[in-house]
Design a protein around this ligand. Sequence first.
Ligand SMILES: [Cu+2]
Length: 388
Amino acid sequence: MIRQISFVLLLTTLTATVSAESTLVPDIQQRIDEIAKAGADTFTHRAERTPKPAKYSRPDTHASAHLMGAHLHGPSERMIEYKYMNMSMSGLFAGETELSNAEVLTNYPTTMVIPERMSMEMHMLHYMAGWKEGITLYIMPMWLSNTMEMTPYMKDEGGMKMAMATQRRTNSGFGDLPFGALWQIRSNEEERTELILNIGFSAPTGDIDGTTSSPMNPMMQIEYPYPMRLGAGTWMARPGITWNKYTDDSSFGVQLQTNIALGKSDAGYAPSDTYRLNGWYSKLFSEDKTWAYTLRTEGIWASDYQGQDPQLETMTMGSPPMTLAQMNPAANGAFRGGQFMNFGYGLIKSLRDGSRLNFEFTHPVHQDFRGLQMGTDWTIAASWSKSY
Ligand SMILES: [Cu+2]
């Protein structure tokens, strides 16, 4: 209930901001196009030898590769983007401290499975369509592949826990379906700034009930622990707001992007609500204005899970009887969320046909986990996009 109220409050606040800005200043997208055109003249000159004139777009009108919802398209313009993301995780952290496997077994005595490494890969197809002046619609189907390596432990006759061979599990399939509208609620041609509201949602199309063989007992099928699942299991509201500012050869952006559960899944739980605050800077650094580098800093606040999946947290097995959540920290919904800070470094390259490549590497500079969770080593995002 509280999360619904906070969502409505957030929307009300944003709508109020919009009403206050009812006098729409001329579109800055036009100004950006002018800048891009000015640059394109140089390219046309350069491309004289080729029959087709080059059609470069200014690289930094797209934000860092990990972000979305930060740019619009003109009416009747479309954009197609393929984006790949990979997050690599390893080690177990309690709060800000990384624990050795021995420390985990001592401090959390019911632990029988220790997650060692994990990678979360996402293949996304992002489609954007300018609907009318200042409003762009988007949809982004995705295919996920989550892989985890974990070490099961068995008790010997003396009650000592002995490590068994490390095992690997992969869960792949379609994820949730984000879609929505981006609304340029304010633009200022003189200051070359704009404010974009993201009215976004995601539909629970990703599977949360997949099963795999238990690392403790290969004859037994159990449900995947929470981080291995392919979706939220519930509709999510994804409201966000972005501010952009452009200069002749650089740009700045600030974005608050949220992901808020609108209910609980059939399995009885709601995933973390997350709030991501990003600030970034891009600079065109090549003579022909086709290269930009991006620097980004990100703060993330994520709640723990609400409710519990009985398959993981109520149903007991073995002797003495224990739940999967007691045996494996990744199956414990109380061990989710925290506060994080990341730095990102990226490159954007505009190509001759008007398409663009966008790459970004990020690493955490601060991780403060609730409970016992796997730490993030790095993430990458790489995309190719083209407007037409
Ligand atoms: Cu786009």
